[in-house]
Design a binder for this molecule. Structure first.
Ligand SMILES: C[S@@+](CC[C@H](N)C(=O)[O-])C[C@H]1O[C@@H](n2cnc3c(N)ncnc32)[C@H](O)[C@@H]1O
Length: 275
């Protein structure tokens, strides 16, 4: 990945966290709803012009996304799930917001992000004993092995969430991630992720290259965009049954000029259980 792409990813990571703290969100009785803001203190989501990003632009995307994943965590806790794995967690505060007796949260991200998050967590005046940070590169590492080293128990049901990660991974790495998660997902586990979706009838590779050209001066930052059917097929192939597969839950992400028309790219929210 180029330096420019890394900078853009850093900006987007920070925009997500800075945007989410603007919402009035639920928390558990033992959770710390204030920690999210403290966790992102000093982050400015600097854009390529060196200026703080206008995070208000992202609020429309986060408005349905944040509550969707919040509710999944609350539902999992209510169902007795004791392990929550956040894949590509960035500065997500859910481990603190949804702290719950007997529940361990595993936040996975790139080493430099995990290192910074660790420092930020240690600086907070809040209990972090139930939070395990684990460094990973989904392009090279085996997620199940990383989780096992971090203390995840593959025999117990887990909620795996992945918000706004898959689009930044190559398709082969997304597939490896789904396959890897399957190997450590006990019966009763749930996997939820955001999936970038283009309309049927287009070639995914062409959509991805057009995004690079039109939006990122040729850099392939958004790497995985598929049809909904392709996403559903991928889940099925790796042992995941998508809930309410005929019902689309989504937010419009951006419009892409392709040939002589404008194509709507959606972020769809897919939640699946082990078959
Ligand atoms: C847009 S951010 C979203 C962060 C978080 N899920 C949220 O919603 O606030 C995407 C995250 O995925 C992480 N990520 C991207 N590529 C990765 C890789 N190859 N391995 C591990 N993490 C990766 C980034 O570092 C970043 O924190």
């Amino acid at each position: 990945m180029t330096t420019q792409a890394e900078q853009t990813l850093t900006m987007i990571r920070e925009v997500c966290a800075l945007g989410r703290v603007e919402f009035d969100r639920p928390h558990t009785a033992e959770g710390d709803p204030a920690a999210g803001r403290a966790l992102v203190q000093g982050l400015h989501a600097i854009d390529e012009g060196g200026e703080p990003s206008d995070i208000s632009l992202s609020l429309g995307l986060l408005a349905p996304r944040a509550p969707y994943f919040d509710q999944l965590v609350l539902d999992a806790l209510a169902a007795g799930t004791r392990q929550i794995v956040n894949l590509g967690a960035g500065y997500d505060d859910r481990a603190l917001r949804f702290r719950h007796p007997g529940v361990q949260f595993f936040d996975l991200d790139l080493p430099e992000v995990v290192a910074d998050k660790a420092l930020r967590l240690q600086a907070l005046d809040t209990d972090i004993t139930h939070v395990t940070l684990a460094a990973v590169d989904f392009a090279t590492d085996d997620v199940a092995a990383v989780l096992a080293r971090a203390g995840h128990d593959a025999r117990q049901p887990t909620l795996f969430i992945s918000e706004h990660l898959a689009l930044f991974l190559q398709p082969s790495d997304v597939e490896r991630l789904l396959a890897g998660v399957s190997t450590c997902a006990a019966k009763g586990s749930t996997l939820a992720l955001t999936a970038e979706v283009h309309p049927a009838g287009l070639t995914s590779a062409l959509v991805v290259s057009t995004v690079a050209e039109v939006m990122f001066a040729g850099a392939v930052l958004l790497q995985t965009i598929k049809t909904r059917d392709a996403w559903l097929g991928l889940f099925k192939k790796h042992g995941w049954q998508v809930e309410n597969a005929t019902e689309v839950t989504a937010v419009n992400h951006f419009e892409l000029p392709m040939a002589d028309k404008s194509v709507q790219i959606q972020t769809q929210f897919l939640t699946a259980t082990t078959v």
